[in-house]
Design a protein around this ligand. Structure first.
Ligand SMILES: C[S@@+](CC[C@H](N)C(=O)[O-])C[C@H]1O[C@@H](n2cnc3c(N)ncnc32)[C@H](O)[C@@H]1O
Length: 275
């Protein structure tokens, strides 16, 4: 029952009824074509489709554009990939169940997006998704946590959207609930992969020492023997902001350099001194 642990009892009984009705319909239709059943076993997670309203909302909060390459981890019947493709994005579904992969390809063809939507039969834990600008998923909390180190190594700015399940102590950058027309699994979480800034940085005025916990940063700016703590330090992808001594620093991190502007006017630049 491990894979059912995330379902509330009433949802479990609902999907079992739907599954049985589906099985009867398939038997009656007598067609040989594969028909997915809600709740069917998957390698690490059963298949439950994301409500289309939430698929739309997930792509909205990730601000998906035709410039983005979208990858859905555990793509089910392909609906998220197909929806992204309809928005003009190139999109890939990674799905372990070969029948679901073939079904997704048929669904993409029916929707006229086979040129943009592709699907591979693969294990998401063994797949490279580093080229994506947007990752979508509807997995399980413990799977999100297992994926988290790999996700944090993605390019800063990569957007991650998850249906219903969080990333442990990595708090979401945005959360949206669909209230109208959505019955279950109606919450989408967004994270933006932060640049890695922990360590010491040199500015003309002194040394900036940063501690990082996901997108949150703390630390101090040491100048001429004085240490001024930084406040409200935050990363949004490669965009950094913090306050020090009443001055707001905003800037962009690019490898071992970060630079930007000061609320008092003028600019700032820091180079990495070490970890
Ligand atoms: C809860 S469903 C979500 C489907 C789809 N992403 C959606 O939101 O509608 C999870 C999907 O992940 C697939 N899956 C489970 N373990 C997997 C693995 N290790 N690699 C790839 N796909 C997997 C299942 O077959 C299932 O289709």
């Amino acid at each position: 029952m491990k894979s059912f642990q995330w379902m509330r009892p009433w949802i479990l009984s609902l999907f079992l009824s739907v599954a049985m009705a589906g099985a009867c319909a398939q038997a009656q239709s007598g067609k040989g074509e594969f028909e997915p059943q809600v709740g069917q076993e998957g390698k690490d997670v059963i298949w439950v489709p994301t409500p289309q309203l939430l698929v739309d909302k997930m792509l909205d909060i990730a601000k998906v554009t035709p410039k983005d390459y979208v990858i859905d981890l555990g793509s089910g019947d392909g609906r998220t990939v197909i929806t992204a493709a309809k928005r003009g994005s190139k999109a890939l579904g990674i799905e372990y169940n070969p029948d679901m992969v073939e079904l997704s390809k048929r669904n993409a063809a029916k929707e006229g997006v086979s040129d943009k939507a592709s699907f591979v039969k693969a294990d998401l834990f063994e797949s490279d998704f580093s080229q994506a600008q947007v990752i979508t998923m509807f997995l399980l909390p413990d799977i999100n946590i297992r994926l988290r180190p790999k996700i944090l190594d993605l390019n800063p700015g990569t957007r991650i959207v998850s249906n219903s399940f969080t990333m442990g102590e990595w708090s979401a950058d945005d959360t949206v609930n669909v209230k109208d027309g959505c019955v279950s699994y109606c919450t989408a979480y967004l994270w933006i992969v932060p640049a890695k800034v922990e360590g010491t940085w040199q500015l003309p005025a002194g040394d900036l020492t940063l501690k990082q916990s996901f997108q949150m940063i703390s630390g101090a700016l040491k100048s001429r023997g004085n240490s001024t703590p930084i406040a409200n330090g935050k990363l949004k992808g490669d965009q950094i902001t913090f306050n020090s001594g009443g001055v707001l620093y905003t800037g962009r991190v690019s490898g071992n350099v970060m630079e930007g502007s000061l609320s008092t006017g003028g600019s700032w630049k820091a180079t990495r001194a070490g970890k």
